[in-house]
Design a protein around this ligand. Structure first.
Ligand SMILES: [Zn+2]
Length: 403
């Protein structure tokens, strides 16, 4: 069971609560009373199962110590229900009173009268002794001219606990789309499905350029409208395929943190995903997660292929010998240097083995397959690729272009 001084205040009600504490503390300081404080114990995120909307609650504990007057302090205010002896009990946070005071009626243990009073107070001294005292006897009992200010402290604490208690409930009709937060997973599922059904992703900048709405905004609005039970939407249900894609993408984003070098985009994406929530501000970047993940997959695949191609190249020919080879020109580039311009040919033989040749005047065309006589100058590895370096290439026979 929760401590009775603990409250779960909804984020939308929190500013009002803080304001109240501040206001009462101004009064407390004026009277030299101890300040009323609260501690935030934790932030509790509640996710609505239906709408996937997340709400933050602040779990707080209220602290207040009643000021002492001649060795006594105000512990509780009792409100007696007329014609009965039952009392409504308000006890200051962090204190307790004997349960008997729930049924003690409006008695005054100072003058021992039992007449009806609406309010009585329970005071406690340093020895832990309790006394229920009527409002009009406070002055006499405490030997102080103005004990009612002290009693007020109780009232303030009571107001504050009412405020905290009210803060636990939310008026959901007044929620604006800007204040919403949604569960990250569900939002990304939604984006994945949206892209699947519409066939495209529009980033914020691209959308602005086209004067259209971005995918992030469209999904956000659909989720908000779904919550508000408006039915105009593209996504009716989310496929397993989209969920799987989204889950992989989320996992990928969270693992970005293990990478050494992240660009700003990746860093922001990583941070946005780590909270497991999407808000109005982060919806754009989180919506881009699916395409970013797919792009990264493509990149990895491309690198894999390149690496495989590179690693499959073997040396050929005998160094120092002049031999005949049939090779295809895969790339040709003009290189300018101090010594003049030359043409670098990159060849590939039918087994995917790579050769290079620097020519000063002669050149072959890209895509052309040629049979040449050449001297094998060197076998050399360049960027993980085994390359055969040729010199003095002369064409023996020209064959057709390879398509
Ligand atoms: Zn009395």
């Amino acid at each position: 069971m929760n401590n009775i001084n603990e409250y779960l205040i909804h984020e939308s009600n929190f500013p009002a609560f803080e304001e109240k504490v501040e206001k009462l503390n101004k009064k407390a300081i004026k009277l030299n009373f101890p300040a009323i404080t609260f501690e935030i114990l934790e932030t509790v995120v509640n996710i609505d199962e239906k709408t996937k909307r997340a709400e933050n609650f602040f779990k707080i504990i209220l602290n207040g110590e009643s000021p002492k007057l001649n060795g006594w302090k105000f512990i509780a205010r009792l409100e007696t229900i007329k014609e009965q002896k039952h009392n409504l009990v308000f006890v200051i946070p962090n204190e307790n009173i004997p349960l008997a005071y729930r049924e003690s009626g409006s008695q005054c243990q100072h003058c021992n009268s039992k007449r009806y009073r609406k309010y009585t107070y329970v005071l406690m001294n340093e020895n832990g002794e309790y006394k229920q005292v009527g409002s009009s006897c406070l002055k006499d009992f405490l030997g102080h001219t103005d004990p009612h200010n002290y009693a007020k402290y109780l009232e303030w604490m009571e107001q504050l606990t009412v405020c905290a208690k009210e803060g636990e409930t939310v008026d959901r009709g007044s929620i604006s789309s800007h204040d919403c937060k949604y569960e990250l997973d569900y939002f990304v599922y939604y984006v994945a499905e949206y892209i699947k059904q519409t066939g495209y992703f529009l980033s914020k900048s691209k959308a602005e350029q086209l004067e259209r709405s971005s995918t992030g905004d469209l999904v956000w609005n659909e989720m908000f409208n779904r919550m508000m039970k408006q039915n105009d939407k593209i996504v009716q249900s989310i496929s397993d395929e989209s969920i799987e894609l989204a889950n992989k993408a989320i996992e990928w984003a969270k693992e970005l943190g293990n990478k050494e070098k992240l660009n700003d985009y990746q860093h922001n994406l990583y941070l946005s995903c780590m909270t497991n929530l999407v808000d109005y501000r982060s919806k754009g970047i989180v919506a881009s997660l699916i395409t970013a993940y797919q792009y990264d997959l493509e990149l990895i695949k491309k690198k894999e292929v390149e690496k495989q191609e590179k690693s499959s190249s073997q040396y050929f020919g005998t160094i120092g010998e002049r031999e005949i080879f049939t090779l295809t020109v895969v790339k040709k580039s003009h290189i300018e240097s101090y010594y003049g311009s030359s043409i670098l040919h990159v060849f590939e033989d039918e087994n995917g083995n790579i050769a290079t040749w620097f020519s000063s005047n002669k050149e072959f065309e890209e895509g052309e397959t040629v049979t040449i006589k050449a001297t094998v100058k060197e076998h050399k590895e360049y960027r993980d690729q085994k390359q055969t370096i040729l010199t003095r290439c002369t064409e023996v026979k020209k064959s057709k272009k390879v398509s």
